[in-house]
Design a protein around this ligand. Structure first.
Ligand code: NAD
Length: 467
């Protein structure tokens, strides 16, 4: 598909879709808590009643096992809905603010008001979760939504386009399509644009939003590092790192991208990783139903090419385990490889099932390595040493920082999820979603009597004479 923005035959239909979403918002119907809760309940019904169809779509797009689809997509969403329904009234309650003595008697508060019409643009790697999770927040905040699934996850996009209108008519409209449709959508005026994907398109989205002064959330990616030292139980660390890395065949925005450690730490991790991978996917991962596939031939070729480059002649990379590929089934074996910082694998986000190990001199060197690069979406530290943990906490910047487990911070609904710098701006999940898709409005109430403000009205009497 061409990268050039182009108009599309569907542009008039897209304009009409956005207008309809605005008319519904303007009618005021979406403001009531009852409407919001009803939409969330309807989405929950859609996910549970058509769980098998959504799960099959994810299997067709990405070879996802139903259990993984439940954990990371469908069940993830039903948990997010349950959490939001449980807390919504509390989150929406006005929050009072103290009034300075000079203004009293008066009452000040902030209230959350909906923004209007929200555009959600989703990627292909968690195609259902990453479309609907922001929609949950946008609806909970009282907005209407236009949502565009990724055209690359074709089966998931079709399943969403089929069922969302049945359950969320008037609240959410799905627009399917690729660059021309997204370009047409971005011509329209929205009240918030929520984009998940890569930074190149993130820049296109932000530039388009600027024309209408529309606020944006950009949920982007990047290389999320792991640091491991010898203080940890290495077999347990290897099990966690392998789980986070090879889930969805490495096509996870928060997947551990590479591991930093001293020569000894990495040698001991390299000993444990093959066993950890075996425990997850057996001796032959290509036969495991739990192991996914690359989304497309292009994605397969990119990863296979990076591996071939680094393992080719004149490179210092050393294969620790894995390395098998099969273009016909877009299979790439879970692979661990020792590389240096100049390796092809260390240039951009890998977004596939290859885990490079990069030797550093120690914690200072690791922090210097990380801070010399773009701010990552996540940073994962495996160390029992509190001074090491403190050093990472205080001297690095990342969307999230975890100790002892990768990826699982997403499963804590109270934690904000989002990046910083090149990994994105804004955050969501739970109450953070409701804040993102709302305007926090300042409200001040002061009775006309007694008129304590008369003290500051002109004329200023003696003050005027002195000047
Ligand atoms: P993608 O190719 O599906 O693109 C994402 C969306 O952008 C799609 O809906 C697509 O139609 C649209 N798009 C693509 N090109 C466009 C253009 N020129 N103009 C307008 N719209 C366009 O997905 P992707 O970008 O390959 O996704 C992978 C990236 O997303 C990785 O970098 C990953 O780390 C990141 N990601 C981030 C998160 C997060 O939550 N922070 C989650 C998942 C993925």
């Amino acid at each position: 598909m061409s990268e050039q923005p182009s108009t599309t035959d569907t542009a008039p239909a897209i304009k009409a879709t956005v207008l309809a979403a605005r008319q519904i918002f303007d009618s005021g119907v979406s403001r009531s808590i009852e409407w919001r809760l009803a939409q969330l309940q309807a989405m929950n019904r859609m996910l549970t009643e058509h769980q098998v169809e959504f799960s099959n779509a994810l299997a067709a797009d990405l070879g996802k096992h139903p259990s993984e689809s439940w954990l990371t997509e469908i069940g993830f969403l039903t948990a997010e809905i349950a959490h939001t329904i449980k807390h919504l009234r509390g989150w929406l309650a006005p929050s009072s603010v103290s009034v300075p003595l000079a203004l009293q008697p008066a009452k000040a508060s902030t209230i959350l008001e909906p923004l209007g019409v929200v555009l959600v643009i989703a990627p292909w790697n968690y195609p259902i979760q990453l479309l609907l999770a922001p929609v949950i927040g946008a609806l909970a905040a009282g907005n209407t939504v236009v949502a565009k699934p990724s055209e690359i996850a074709t089966s998931s996009s079709s399943a969403l386009a089929r069922w969302v209108p049945h359950y969320l008519s008037g609240a959410v409209t799905i627009v399917e399509g690729g660059i021309p449709e997204t370009t047409a959508l971005l011509e329209e005026r929205f009240d918030h644009i929520f984009y998940t994907g890569n930074g190149r398109v993130g820049r296109i989205v932000m530039a388009a939003a600027a024309k209408h002064l529309t606020p944006v959330s950009l949920e982007l990616g990047g290389k999320s590092p792991v640091y491991v030292d010898e203080s940890v139980d290495m077999a347990a660390a290897a099990a966690r790192i392998a789980w986070g890395k090879f889930m969805n065949a490495g096509q996870t925005c928060v997947a551990p991208d590479y591991v930093l450690g001293t020569e000894n730490a990495l040698a001991s991790l390299a000993q444990e990783l093959p066993g950890a991978i075996h425990a997850l996917y057996g001796a032959e991962p290509s036969h495991s139903l739990a192991y996914g596939r690359m989304i497309s031939d292009g994605a397969f070729e990119r990863i296979a090419g990076l591996l071939a480059t680094d393992l080719g002649e004149n490179r210092d990379a050393v294969l620790v385990s894995g390395g098998d590929t099969d273009a016909a089934t877009r299979y790439i074996e879970p692979t661990v490889v020792h590389v240096d910082a100049e390796a092809a694998l260390m240039e951009g986000e890998i977004f596939g099932p290859v885990l490079p190990l990069v030797t550093v001199a120690g914690v200072e060197d690791a922090i210097a390595f990380i801070t010399a690069r773009e701010k990552p979406l996540s940073l994962y530290v495996f160390s029992e040493d509190q001074t090491v943990r403190k050093a990472f906490t205080e001297r690095t910047s990342s969307g999230a920082l975890t100790f002892g487990v990768p990826v699982a911070h997403l499963l804590v609904p109270g934690l904000p999820f989002g990046g910083v710098g090149e990994s994105g701006m804004g955050s969501y999940h739970g109450r953070h979603s409701v804040e993102t898709f709302s305007h926090r409005k300042a409200v001040l109430e002061k009775a006309l009597s007694p008129d304590t403000l008369s003290l500051v009205y002109p004329p200023f009497g003696s003050l005027t004479k002195q000047i």
